[in-house]
Design a binder for this molecule. Structure first.
Ligand code: GLP
Length: 248
C-alpha cells in the first residue's frame, strides 16, 4: 500500500487525475472502475480540463461504475448514471457504449447483479478502480458487515449512509433505501485500486482502516489485503494517522 499526502482537496484531485491519465495513455483498452460522491468531483473536473487543454483521448477507454441506487431512472438527477454523464462522460469524448453502471431499474435485480459481474469479467477486469471512503468505512455501497466474499449484490442502505447522502436530495425520505453495488470481492479483483480521502471528517475512519487488521466491520480494511493499492489523501484526512513512516 502506498500513501501519498496531498496538501488539500485540489492537490488531491490533481494528483488523482494525473494518475488516471497515465493509465488512459498507457494502456490500449483500459477499464476504469469509477466512483461517485463528493470526493471524486474535483478529480473529474481536472480530467475535463485536461481533455480540453491536452486533448487526452478516451475513445479506447471502458468504464464500470461501482454502484447505482435502486429505483432511480438514468435521467433522475440523483442517479449515479446522471452524475457520471454530467461530471465526466459528456465532456471527454468517451463512447457512451463504453460506459457501464448497474441498472437500478431492472425488474429482476438478482439477474442484473449477475449480468454486471459477468460484464466486468468480459471486459477483462478492472485495471484501475477509483474509490471514495464512506464515514463508516463503506466502499461502493458495501456497508459494515458485508462479507469480503461478496460479488455484485443488492444492498439495504444504512441510516447513516442515507443521511450522509441526503444532502443531494430534497429530503431524507427521498433517498433510496436500496442500491446495487459491486461486492467487496469484485472490487478486490481490480488490478490496482486508487482510494481518495479528503477532509478532517474522514480522519478517524482513515486512521482506523490503516491500523486495523482486515475485518468485515470496516469494509475498507480489506484493502490491506490487496497488493496494489494507492491512497491519495489530503493533510486533514491524514491528521489522525500516527504511523507517519508509511506516508510519502
Ligand atoms: C457514497 C458512495 C461511495 C462514496 C461514499 C463517500 O455512499 N456510494 O462510493 O465513496 O459514499 O462519499 P463522499 O465522497 O461524498 O464522502
Amino acid at each position: 500500500m502506498k500513501i501519498i499526502e496531498a496538501e488539500h482537496y485540489q492537490d488531491m484531485s490533481e494528483k488523482a487525475a494525473r494518475f488516471i491519465i497515465e493509465k488512459v495513455n498507457g494502456l490500449s483498452a483500459p477499464v476504469l472502475g469509477l466512483a461517485t460522491g463528493g470526493t471524486p468531483l474535483g478529480t473529474y473536473k481536472c480530467l475535463r480540463e485536461d481533455h480540453l487543454s491536452h486533448k487526452t483521448a478516451y475513445q479506447h477507454v471502458y468504464t464500470v461504475n461501482l454502484d447505482e441506487y435502486v429505483g432511480l431512472a438514468p435521467y433522475d438527477e440523483n442517479s449515479y448514471t446522471f452524475y457520471m454523464k454530467k461530471h465526466l462522460f459528456h465532456h471527454i469524448g468517451i463512447p457512451s457504449s463504453h460506459t457501464y453502471l448497474p441498472n437500478g431499474m431492472a425488474a429482476d435485480l438478482t439477474a442484473e447483479c449477475e449480468r454486471y459481474e459477468a460484464l466486468i469479467e468480459r471486459l477483462g477486469g478492472v485495471d484501475l478502480q477509483l474509490l471514495g471512503l464512506g464515514l463508516n468505512g463503506h466502499i461502493g455501497f458495501n456497508e459494515p458487515g458485508t462479507p469480503f466474499s461478496s460479488k455484485t449484490h443488492v444492498v439495504e442502505l444504512t441510516e447513516s449512509t442515507r443521511k450522509a447522502n441526503a444532502r443531494y436530495f430534497d429530503s431524507l425520505s427521498s433517498v433510496p433505501t436500496k442500491a446495487v453495488t459491486m461486492g467487496i470481492s469484485t472490487i478486490m479483483k481490480s488490478k490496482q485500486i486508487l482510494l481518495l480521502v479528503s477532509g478532517a471528517n474522514k480522519a478517524g475512519i482513515l486512521a482506523r482502516l490503516l491500523s486495523e487488521e482486515p475485518h468485515e466491520g470496516t469494509p475498507a480494511s480489506v484493502l490491506n489485503m490487496h497488493e496494489n493499492v494507492v491512497i491519495i489523501a489530503d493533510r486533514d484526512a491524514l491528521s489522525a494517522v500516527k504511523e507517519r513512516s508509511m506516508i510519502f
